[in-house]
Design a protein around this ligand. Sequence first.
Ligand SMILES: C[S@@+](CC[C@H](N)C(=O)[O-])C[C@H]1O[C@@H](n2cnc3c(N)ncnc32)[C@H](O)[C@@H]1O
Length: 582
Amino acid sequence: MDLYYEIYEKLLHVMKDANRLEIMSLNLLQMRQKKLPNCIKLDYVYELLKEYKLLEILDGLEEAKNDAKSEEYRQQGNSYFSLKSQKYVEALKAYNKSICYAESQENLAIGLANRSAVLCELKMFPECLESIRLARAAGAPDRLREKLERREEKCQQEELCEEEALIPKIEIPVNEKIPFLARCLSLKTNKQFGRYVITEKDIPAGTVIAMEEPFAKILINSEKYLRCANCLQEVPHLLMPCTSCTQTMFCSKVCQEEAQRDFHHYECEISRSLFEVFDQALLIVIRTVIKAFCAFPDPATMAKEIEIMDKEQKTVFSFDWSGNVSSCERYTPIHTLATNENLRGADDLFKKYTFGCLMYHILHGFSHKFRERFLTSHAAENTVKNLIFRHLQTASTNMHSIHVIEDTANPDSSTDFGVAAYAFHSLVNHSCSPNVTRISVGAVSAMITIKNIKAGEQVLDNYGYHHSLMERHMRQKETKRRYHFVCQCTACQKDYPLYSALSMPINIPEPLPLHNQTRKFQYSREFAEKGFKKVVDFIREFSHLYPIMQLCCAEEGLKFCFNILCGKIPLHLREQLQKIPK
Ligand SMILES: C[S@@+](CC[C@H](N)C(=O)[O-])C[C@H]1O[C@@H](n2cnc3c(N)ncnc32)[C@H](O)[C@@H]1O
């Protein structure tokens, strides 16, 4: 169980034992009825956490660089790399961890040299050469010289056959003021949906309609030694450690400087605590709050601007993004994302007060840089608490995962490597039979249509509850629980069947036969290019027959092929594909 949840459960437990649970709920309810600001509710729960000494659990979680640990992680890397294991991605992670913990230049250089060995086994020859260069620059010891030379020679002899991933483009007219959106998209509001996005023109299936950069993004814990903490690219060969902390790696000087300016300056001292205490759903909250504070010259100006934002409720559609956009303007559409505060139950709010207290405690207690720059007055402290609470709510309603290509042989294996806050994507509502899907191109989110959408229709994504995978009553229960609405989409109204019960008319061809392809071929550019065209043509022609088995498969095929065209094959999958005999 994550540490933040363990502390929450402990608090519940001690309050119950002391017969204080009811009175606490009543107090919080009264504060809510009096419409007191959230910082006061957080203060109330904060006092309880202090009284029961639960905040002490957060002490001493940081670790300094340490050669003994660096060597231990290198040993772990060696055993993953051994002939017996051949777990190359795990070996890369362990070597990078060893690099991050290295105190001495020697341990840093050995880690880099060992990393090059794994890259060579993974047939990533240019990447291996880069790691050799870095190992030498770090002063690789003489005893490794010969090994590095042999490895270098081998890499130089190998042919390069890496295919560049395609960067998708919006190929229909683009909004002049919002160059990352198709011009036909516009925003509406009504009682049922709140804000919602429609298209004013017909859009055929297979059309990219948005390419959006996030306001804030984070890496998940299991990826921190494989990807750059700033751009999130999977470039283990380029990663160099933060010179102070043990949890953060950057792929370039540019990324390091950007991260330092945007968030790492305040997170460096607390980087291990953050990963130890919170999961990705909460890490994005802290990152959003830090980035928000960095967007303003000082907390007092920020508080004033926030008042205006709360009043005006501007969205991504309110700004001209074609020229210079101020950092305050960039933050505004994230600030105004839906919180669903009035629809949340007491239990949910109590959890969020507790998690918010833990976040505040870590920022206030352990990040000196954050405290010095932002917690400069009582009013500023309240602004931080209110903002943490706000984004605990916006994140749970609006956050989006950043993911890689799915592994068809292990559909349950995780594909997420990050979480991000997107201003436009967060305005798109849910359907159990969606007409768009999102694909991550790095941290950029590409939205592509998977059905033909007619002028005037709403653009609808899926929040994880598809009619082909889950019964209607379960979907409606889940959307109510997590997103506070009972879904009334066409699939719910017409009770579309589960995948296994879909009809499969025999006069309609199979759109993309995956089963008689080898696994390696499924992930090739050649397959994806042909496959994409085939499924798109299929959906465009037969869209009116939905829901039938062939169309559900075609939508899945479209996602799969588009992902392969635009995304790089992630390392763990590359390792598996390489192990398949020719
Ligand atoms: C990511 S936001 C979507 C944009 C939102 N409508 C807004 O006004 O900001 C998710 C929230 O939108 C609303 N929502 C999403 N899909 C919906 C649907 N199919 N029916 C009703 N409300 C929906 C719910 O309040 C949900 O918590």
